[in-house]
Design a protein around this ligand. Sequence first.
Ligand code: HEM
Length: 448
Amino acid sequence: MEQFDVTPVSAKLAEKPVTLLQFARSAGRNMLEVIPAETLRQTYVRGPLNIHYICDPEMVTELLVGGGRYFPKAKFTKDIIGSAVGNGLILSEGEKWRKQRHRYSPLFAARNLPVLSRHFAETGYEVAESLAENEGPVDVSQIAPASTLTNISRVIFSGNEEVSSEQIRVGLIAYFNYISYLSLFDLMGLPKWLPRKKWLSSKAPVTDMRDLARHVIELRRSENREEPEDFLDLMIDALKEDFEDAETTVDNLLTFVVAGHETSANALAWGYYLLALNPEMQTRIRHEIRTVCPEGKLEFSHLEHLPLLRAHIKETLRLYPSAAFFARDASEAIQVKDVKIEEGDALFFPVYSLHRNEVLWEDPAQYRPERFMGTPPPRGQYIPFGAGPRICIGAQYAETEIMILMASVLRRIHFSLSDVEMPEPVLTFTMRTSGPLILNAEEVPAGS
Ligand code: HEM
């Protein structure tokens, strides 16, 4: 009998050194194509010019948590995302960053997750309902961002009579389209004569979104609610104690919108795909969810009883880390293990390769959620949310959102592979699918 290949799809990295021109051409489409394939087989690769590719867990830790922890985000990252998120938490440095991090940390505290979970569960319930009513082929690369977009509307932009939810939806979609067009091609400061369609396109979606965010913040402030009901309330509460200027608040609101939308959506889409590829695991996870919450809306308190689902999400973020690459500029010389890094060198963290590195992982290309059921991987080896002081502030928010949405859907819906060819992972702003990811959705009757 023919053996069914259950190896999840992987990206093609650069097998040969790439010239600057090839780099420019490929990086616009897919940044993964210019990351050297050696980064999958070696833990440190010296790139061209002043680039260091780092996949060694000890080096990762020293550079993100130890001596290099205050190295600034790479300038090219700022050049590009800056146009969309301004100088909010993701991009600021030094004292400005420290103050913002301190101001916003309480917003992401575990005690706030139950309130947010109620909104996420509402969305999850609706998505499951709609899939059950429309069984058959579905594009999960569309369904996933639609669910996280609905969550954003619910936790940030809801309850405005003056701004219609349709206006918000259209504004957000235009804004996200603008952002998803951003790529490393622009980040690298390559020759100006190379085509840069996106710079020629209008920045109107950003201006419109900023106006909308400003308006929504003002309206909500004037409501002066007693108990926080959503993320915007929590944000306004945090600012009562520790004020910042209005434009920085707009920067931060948009930072949270940008940082939390596509990243979580990709994890969901890849997560559904991996379960379609591994139906047995899917059934086990469904059983776990049904045991903990057979009907009604999922709640935050259910999540601690879903270890298999949690392990599945961790493994999804290992194989398909949404932030598959990030970088720092070395602001001073540093020696890490036997590698000398000079001031001004570029430190590249190809998370995709670190998570699939042959030296570090057993069966790195295979889906094995059990690897996250026992002792966690060594420090610096698994960093879907980064590490050190700049670690993702929304990590628990994201895990909660993904778990609630996925649990709500999997409880009722079974996904299987379709005949449509699988897309590949591509990396522009985040690591997404190269095209539609079509799976078959089928309702699983309760009790079966
Ligand atoms: C699966 C979902 C997510 C992934 C994989 C992810 C990944 C990351 C990574 C790797 C970093 C560090 C980047 C670096 O060191 O250069 C980061 C930072 C950040 N993330 Fe996330 N993120 C996710 C969801 C979210 C959500 C839901 C929010 C907010 C609602 C968020 C807000 C932020 C912010 C504000 C930072 C900058 C923190 C700082 O510099 O102090 N992220 N994220």
